[in-house]
Design a binder for this molecule. Structure first.
Ligand code: ADP
Ligand code: MG
Length: 698
């Protein structure tokens, strides 16, 4: 059966080798399976034929009927284009334009002959035109084709070689004609009943050629569910199997933790911190390996939670390590935690790229013989040379900076008993995305900031207000506060970025001659970066001019103003991360978003969102709806799937249902052995290839 779907499309009626080749190259459509899964991204109602008179500037696409009276090539080189003068039945005219395939159009298009013209009308200089319209000879038979016509994503190259929507739709139709009986149901009957889903056969047919808008929705709902369901099933299964198969260190003794709570804990934990510590403790006493993600907004106090978890492990004679994405961060963690570790008599050390060879050797020895209990570090920690006597816990800070393979590397640092894994992220990932991305991890959320934090006041200012912003900065500096000024990285050019920040530095130096200024950017060595960061931290400098290198984690509580230059160039989550650098002390903090006066609609939404809220999860949701899941930080590294039909920004409810259902099924039947779940199991085994593609996600 499976062979049928692997039939190459060149064997499909009407396709042939040349077109097959093109479809391979342009759309990655290779076999029957990939063709049938090439769903249209929308449908057009081609029952309606407009007249030019009826057009309005906001129409997404229209269908017109009329004749091209004459054609003319105008312009030269890049501006060369073919202009067709199009007249409809009422005698109104508009232009049809081609920039490519000019000679072919000239050859094939018949003037003074009636056509149906499809396309996106553009309104320019008081006139309408359509660029690269689709044309079809008008026959009265066409008038009758009702229905919603599928519109596929096609490349210009395909269109130029005559593979239009119509042609692709014909291929799909030919395929469905012979494939219908090969489409097997992959959901158990009770799910179909419960959600009143369309059958798989019907859904696939209707997604391409819907009988009505209602049928289209019906089909979409089922196919979205199906897509998300199989992803969740896979991830949850992995999580469950991991739990069954991988034993974990049992941490029942809590001596060090008790001592720490009684004597040294510098503040009362927030309820959210307490809850998360409890969740971790449950994992660590379950006898199973923990794989947990902690999501907590910037400043929610994840470091302390991590330390507490490390103490749980060390209390039981094991070792713990913590990996941070940058040296500055690793050092900061190390210095912060060493104070407590020393008091408790727990050995702790720091390993980074700049640790000297000699020190490393000693450190490795102490790790191997168990004398060193806690190791904080950067990537250097992943190296194979770094081995432990008995590693019980790995904490990974700012998870989105690390790849999945690296997580796996840490597992291997204890060949006897896989260490517990705690992943922490401050990139607020919308829940829906977290479920898909980290479905194999259990998730804890620190959704509360320590008491007494004043929300950061955020304001958007145009360049024209520059002097007043400087005045405001001066007032804050006079109060003894420190200020960050951040410049964007200009992607196309490191040189431009550099010039940008240098110009900024100069104008700041001129405006604030009485203050000391630090500067940190990508072209500095990490030693120099650290040096400047340290000076700022020690209050030797009052202003920090920087690129986004300061984005993650650094903690300077006295810095209370964050000025972001060219704020329109930053993504939302990045703006939020940067803003999180202030608001860490007792003082009222401010964030000023500087922009030019010309802004795109998206940029406006980003700036308004920043002004409106400090809540990372709310911001993440807006971010997701603006950018789509593929662009959200972290998804690249994690190799998150390109979803075929579901949309994580919009289909949260379906995702939740899919996850719940998958969980219910696995709870009863982890290995999918029951009769009832046979359709699922068959589907998964038939599509083993898909399964290996899934395994990239986790
Ligand atoms: P993040 O979650 O962004 O990593 P940190 O762990 O750096 O946050 O904590 C931010 C600041 O809040 C630190 O200075 C830390 O000491 C402080 N902090 C953490 N938990 C609490 C708490 N429960 N009460 C008061 N301050 C806290
Ligand atoms: Mg942190």
């Amino acid at each position: 059966m499976s062979n049928f779907w692997e039939t190459r499309i060149e064997y499909l009626k009407g396709v042939g080798t040349q077109k097959a080749d093109l479809l391979n190259k342009e759309l990655k459509i290779i076999d029957y399976k990939s063709l049938i899964q090439y769903f249209p991204f929308r449908h057009e109602d081609r029952t309606k034929i407009y007249t030019i008179n009826e057009l309005t500037p906001d129409m997404p696409y229209v269908q017109l009927r009329g004749k091209v009276m004459q054609m003319e090539v105008i312009g030269e080189d890049a501006k060369k284009r073919l202009v067709g003068n199009f007249v409809d039945n009422e005698g109104n005219t508009m232009q049809l334009l081609w920039f490519q395939g000019v000679s072919w159009i000239m050859k094939t298009l018949k003037v003074e002959t009636e056509y149906l013209v499809f396309g996106v009308p553009q309104f320019y200089n008081g006139r309408y035109s359509i660029v690269h319209p689709e044309l079809e000879l008008f026959t009265s038979a066409e008038e009758q084709t009702g229905f919603l016509q599928p519109i596929y994503n096609l490349t210009e190259k395909l269109k130029k070689r005559f593979i239009t929507n119509k042609v692709l739709a014909t291929f799909v139709r030919n395929l469905i004609n012979i494939a219908y009986n090969h489409i097997e149901e992959n959901l158990p009957n009770w799910i179909i009943q419960k959600y009143r889903f369309a059958s798989r056969q019907n859904a696939i047919y209707q997604i391409h050629f819907p009988q009505s808008p209602e049928w289209l929705n019906h089909a979409k709902r089922r196919l979205k569910f199906e897509e998300l369901f199989f992803i969740q099933l896979r991830l949850l299964k992995q999580n469950k199997v991991q739990k069954i198969q991988n034993a974990g260190l049992i941490c029942e003794k809590l001596d060090l933790l008790t001592e720490f709570y009684a004597k040294y804990l510098p503040f009362e934990l927030t309820n959210a911190q307490k809850r998360v510590c409890k969740e971790v403790h449950q994992d660590m006493t379950s006898g199973r390996q923990m794989n947990r993600l902690i999501q907590g907004d910037v400043g929610s106090g994840k470091t302390m939670v991590a330390f507490i978890c490390m103490l749980m492990v060390v209390s039981n004679g094991s070792q713990a390590c913590m990996v941070a994405p940058t040296e500055i961060l690793a050092e900061q963690h190390y210095e912060g935690l060493k104070v407590f570790a020393d008091k408790l008599g727990v050995t702790i050390d720091l390993l980074t790229g700049s640790t000297r060879q000699r020190d490393r050797r000693v450190m490795n020895e102490r790790l191997m013989n168990g004398n060193l209990k806690i190791l904080i570090g950067t990537h250097a920690l992943f190296e194979d040379k770094v081995q432990f006597e008995n590693l019980g816990l790995c904490v990974i800070d700012e998870q989105h900076r690390f790849g999945v393979q690296q997580r796996a590397k840490l597992w291997q640092k204890n060949p006897v008993l896989a260490p517990h894994i705690l992943v922490m992220t401050a990139t607020p990932i919308p829940r829906t995305l977290a479920m898909t991305l980290y479905g194999d991890l259990d998730v804890s959320v620190i959704d509360e900031l320590p008491a007494g934090r004043k929300p950061i006041i955020t304001a958007h200012r145009y360049e024209s207000a520059r002097l007043r912003v400087f005045e405001f900065m001066r007032e804050e500096l006079k109060k003894g506060r420190q200020i960050y000024i951040v410049y964007p990285l200009i992607e196309e050019s490191e040189k431009l970025s550099y010039k940008n920040i240098m110009d900024g530095y100069e104008s700041i130096s001129r405006a604030f001659p009485e203050y000391f200024i630090s500067m940190v950017h990508g072209q500095l060595s990490s030693v120099d970066k650290d040096f400047e960061m340290q000076r700022f931290k020690n209050m030797e400098t009052q202003i920090m001019v920087a690129t986004t290198v300061i984005e993650v984690g650094v903690n300077v509580p006295n810095a209370s103003v964050m000025v972001i230059e060219n704020a329109e160039k930053f993504g939302l989550s990045q703006l939020h991360q940067l803003r999180g650098r202030v608001g860490r002390g007792a003082e009222q903090s401010y964030c000023v978003l500087m922009t030019e006066s010309k802004l795109s609609a998206d940029a406006r939404v980003r700036l308004e969102t920043m002004e409106r809220t400090n809540n990372g999860f709310e911001i993440a949701d807006v971010d997701l709806s603006l950018r789509g899941a593929g662009d959200i930080a972290g998804t690249q590294q994690s190799g998150v799937i390109d979803l075929v039909i579901a949309d994580l920004a919009k289909d949260a409810i379906i995702l939740q249902e899919a996850r719940k259902t998958a969980d219910e099924i696995l709870e009863k039947d982890t290995y999918l052995e029951s009769e009832e779940n046979l359709p699922i199991k068959n589907y998964i085994t038939t599509y083993q290839k898909q399964a290996s593609f899934w395994s990239r996600i986790s």
